[in-house]
Design a protein around this ligand. Structure first.
Ligand code: S3P
Length: 431
């Protein structure tokens, strides 16, 4: 898809079908990075097709890691065994905050200097959250205005820290646990709320010992990683767009198999159930510590829901699409404690409010959330993704129940996490 591309989304009468999704983005990044540090060759099936996870692989190649893409989204990565090679050029993280923040933890422990940069959106995103603790561990890091990319990292010997992460962020937690692998002593990372635990689960799958207690994780430095053969489960945040699309139609039937069901990511299912969607989960199994299952969703009249506190953190990537379907619920959706949305790939609170208004909806914007009344009628409109993949996809879903056609401008942004999104949406939308 070309830059500036437009996708037309026509209203649909129902959603139904069976789909299987590309591999989870959060897990793909972590598996790729840990495979690079492992001894031996790892084989990752169903690796994320998104541009973000390709950015991680691109950076790893520049760090001397050999990998190969095989047909069917399989990636084989030859591990370097903890010692990466000094890159000849700055490392391009593209649009991917996960690449920049998590890779920084690994680069902090390498005996060379590196530079990481990103696109315009990533260049605006806050990095002090990783710079402060990595500096305390002994890395030398400088950034534009002290907080923004590009980052210059002088890696070297690290010492363990006991750190309370001030913002709930799984990227920061993983960054510090990865750095902890290179530190002398035991690193302890405590988070204010339990965030997604793919970093911890993946470290264990690669043979690392961790101790977890409440919201704290401890990791001893100097441990070795072994290679794995793993299949990345379907991306639950990508599934959110389809589950919310199905939620819009009483009587809809949607099945998604081999989907990630990790409890730190699956809060969306509880929220959809409280909205009125019938959800059943079949064939649950564990793969490399991650729960995987088949989800069946059936739409019913949508009621209302309030998201706040730990729920907002747990649903941070799913809030744009929940907000986009909120006008079609009976009593609306209220979201608070979601200030982090303002520093994602776009200011997602503003982007959602403006896009909903463009479609004719009433919405109240708060510093940390949105109040969206229910029982509203929306009309088709021109919606600019603002280069944000989740905004492009969320409003394609809202467009299904609007009156008239919607055009998503800069629709190519969807490829950051989900290049085949629009084709798959067409496949399940009944017209
Ligand atoms: C992610 C954590 C979240 C999320 C992002 C992926 C991860 O970011 O929004 O899409 O894989 O750890 P924060 O750590 O900034 O909350």
């Amino acid at each position: 898809m070309n830059l500036g591309s437009r996708v037309r989304v026509r209203p649909a009468g129902n959603v139904s079908g069976s789909i299987r999704l590309p591999g989870d983005k959060s897990i793909s990044h972590r598996y790729a990075m840990l495979s690079a540090l492992a001894e031996g060759k790892s084989r990752l099936e169903n690796y994320s097709t998104g541009a973000d996870c390709a950015s991680t692989l691109g950076c790893l190649r520049q760090l001397g890691v050999a990998w190969e893409k095989l047909p069917g989204n399989v990636v084989e990565i030859q591990g370097s065994g903890m010692k990466l090679a000094a890159p000849g050029n700055p490392l391009d993280c593209g649009n991917s905050g996960s690449t920049m923040r998590m890779l920084s933890g690994i680069l902090a422990g390498q005996a060379f200097t590196s530079e990481l940069f990103g696109d315009e959106s990533l260049s605006r995103r806050p990095m002090a959250r990783i710079i402060r603790p990595l500096t305390a561990m002994g890395a030398g890091i400088s950034a534009r205005e002290g907080d923004r990319p590009p980052l210059h990292i002088r890696g070297g010997r690290l010492k363990a820290i006991d750190y309370k992460v001030p913002v709930a962020s799984a990227q920061v937690k993983s960054c510090l646990l990865f750095a902890g692998l290179f530190a002398e002593g035991e690193t302890r990372v405590e988070e204010p709320l339990r965030t997604r635990d793919h970093g911890e689960v993946a470290l264990r799958a690669y043979g690392v010992e961790l101790a977890r207690q409440g919201n704290a994780t401890r990791i001893r430095g100097g441990q070795k990683l072994h290679a794995v053969d793993a299949r990345v489960p379907g991306d639950l945040s990508s599934a959110a767009f389809f589950l919310c699309a199905a939620a819009l139609y009483p009587g809809s039937q949607l099945v998604i198999d081999t989907l990630l069901m990790n409890p730190t990511r699956a809060r969306l299912l509880d929220i959809l159930i409280s909205l009125g969607v019938h959800i059943s989960i079949l064939q649950l199994e564990e793969q490399h510590g991650e729960l995987v299952g088949t989800v069946q969703a059936e739409g019913h009249e949508l009621r209302s829901v309030e998201l706040a506190g730990a729920d907002s953190a747990a649903l941070i990537d799913e809030i744009p699409v929940l907000a986009a379907i909120a006008p079609y619920t009976r009593d609306g959706i209220r979201i608070r404690d979601a200030r982090e949305l303002r520093v994602k790939e776009s200011d997602r609170i503003q982007a959602v409010a403006q896009s909903l208004r463009a479609m004719g909806a009433q919405v109240e914007e708060h510093e940390d959330g949105l109040t969206i009344p229910g029982s509203q009628k929306l009309h088709g409109a021109e919606i600019d993704s603002r280069g944000d993949h989740r905004i492009a996809m969320a409003f394609a879903v809202a467009a299904l129940r609007a009156e008239g056609e919607t055009q998503i401008v800069n629709a190519e942004a969807a490829a950051v996490s989900f290049p085949s999104f629009f084709q798959m949406l067409d496949q399940v939308a009944q017209r």
